[in-house]
Design a protein around this ligand. Structure first.
Ligand code: PHE
Length: 336
């Protein structure tokens, strides 16, 4: 039996077969078990002898089975390791990561510049009442300046805001005569035909500062600081007299041409300057309507289009690029 078992075990091909053989020899109905069970019929002298032989045979078979099992396991582990090898030197697959849209990027930069000067951000509704969008900004009904901002009306008294100035009015009313220092970013709407420089919807960031003794020189210093952070230390500004119903005096602000540095080129039409925003000292009537006493406080305000700043900063020639989401355009800003 021993010889036969060991011979069979030598030829075993796999773990399943090995298990079958274990059952065949050592199982409950196995050959060896059978023999040992039959020992009851042996004589008292024979029993220990046969018993010892039986145990030796069992030990021998078990030993071989264990050795085989270990060998099978080792082979399997090696196989697995071979199959699951990872070549860590292979180049990885690149994931197509998105990036911040250039408009958001520029908006964030503008916001950061003013946050750095102690401003907080105020937001308001895009669907606005005539009162906040016009009336409280010193543009009474039938005021000719309303034509400056051709609007989308929802009803006679409700419209899509044409600027974020109504947020400034809301802020003034909410602060109950206390000083304010806010910027108001957001989407605005005007009835323009879309072309390279116009869009029926665009983004503005306006600012408002109110407090005792706020002067035009504060406005100018603030804007210079902003422009130099946005376009570089060499950038200069100039103020040209202008008109807005809600500011007096009013000015338009030019920055040194980013393309030619002020020497004159096509971008700045040989003037060396690019117009970037409108501003002025808050009109006394606007202060009054906002709940302030114009004899106690004064303020300045400014407003700029984010698209325009982005066009100038990156030398983009058509505002529509921002909205058509052509990846060839957008991917240029991934690492900027
Ligand atoms: N609200 C003006 C506009 O939309 C911009 C502006 C804001 C001008 C504040 C002066 C002061 O054109």
């Amino acid at each position: 039996l021993r010889v036969e078992a060991l011979q069979e075990l030598q030829q075993v091909g796999g773990p399943q077969q090995l298990n079958d053989l274990r059952v065949k020899y050592l199982g409950k109905k196995g050959a060896l078990t059978e023999i040992l069970r039959g020992m009851g019929s042996l004589s008292a002298e024979e029993r220990p002898v046969i018993g010892q032989v039986g145990n030796e045979v069992r030990a021998a078979i078990e030993e071989v089975i264990e050795a085989k099992q270990a060998a099978f396991q080792q082979a399997e582990t090696e196989n697995r390791l071979r199959e699951e090898t990872i070549d860590v030197t292979l180049p990885g697959k690149k994931l197509g990561a998105g990036s911040i849209h250039p408009l958001n990027k520029v908006a964030q930069e503008i916001e950061d510049a003013f946050i750095g000067m102690g401003y907080t951000i105020a937001e308001g509704p895009e669907v606005e009442s005539d009162f906040y969008n016009f009336e409280a900004l010193n543009l009474p009904k039938n005021h000719p300046a309303r034509d400056m901002q051709d609007s989308f009306y929802v009803t006679e008294d409700i419209l899509m805001r044409t600027h974020t100035s109504p947020v400034q009015v809301r802020t003034m009313k909410a602060t109950n005569g206390k000083p304010v220092k806010v910027i108001c970013p957001g989407k605005v709407y005007r009835r323009d035909d879309d072309d390279a420089t116009h869009s029926f919807q665009f983004n503005q960031i306006e600012g408002l500062v109110i407090g005792p003794n706020i002067r035009m020189s504060d406005l100018k210093g603030t804007l210079l600081q902003f422009v130099q952070q946005m376009f570089g230390k060499q950038a200069q500004i100039r103020l040209r007299p202008s008109f807005f119903p809600f500011t007096e005096p009013s000015a338009e602000v030019d920055v040194t041409c980013v393309q030619c540095g002020g020497h004159g080129c096509r971008m700045c039409k040989q003037t060396g300057w690019l117009e970037i925003l409108g501003c002025g000292m808050v009109h006394p009537r606007v202060l009054e309507m906002g709940g302030y006493d114009p004899n106690e406080v004064s303020g300045f305000a400014f407003g700029m289009g984010v698209e325009r700043i982005a066009l100038l900063k990156y030398g983009i020639d058509d505002i529509r690029h921002f909205y058509t989401n052509d990846l060839r355009f957008l991917s240029q800003f991934v690492r900027m």
